[in-house]
Ligand binder design. Sequence first.
Ligand SMILES: [Zn+2]
Length: 85
Amino acid sequence: MSNCGCSMEPVAYFQRPNGEYVIVHHCHGCDFERFNRIAADDDFDRVLSLPAQPPRTSREVKAMQAENWLAEHLEEWDDDMEEVG
Ligand SMILES: [Zn+2]
């Protein structure tokens, strides 16, 4: 279950540099994504049938979102400066 109460669905998997497999769960209600290490009771064949993604961590995703946010807002600031000049 996710924050908004929608059910999470496995949408992809990736392999970490240390060889660990991680399943990406996606919430269709709020676009929330969660990474879960494969558990012993997970169906490995079913995991591998999901699309593979490049390895990433929640921290990397957050850093990427922060960079995107910064890039967007830096453009806004540039515009403001042009108006002043
Ligand atoms: Zn949700």
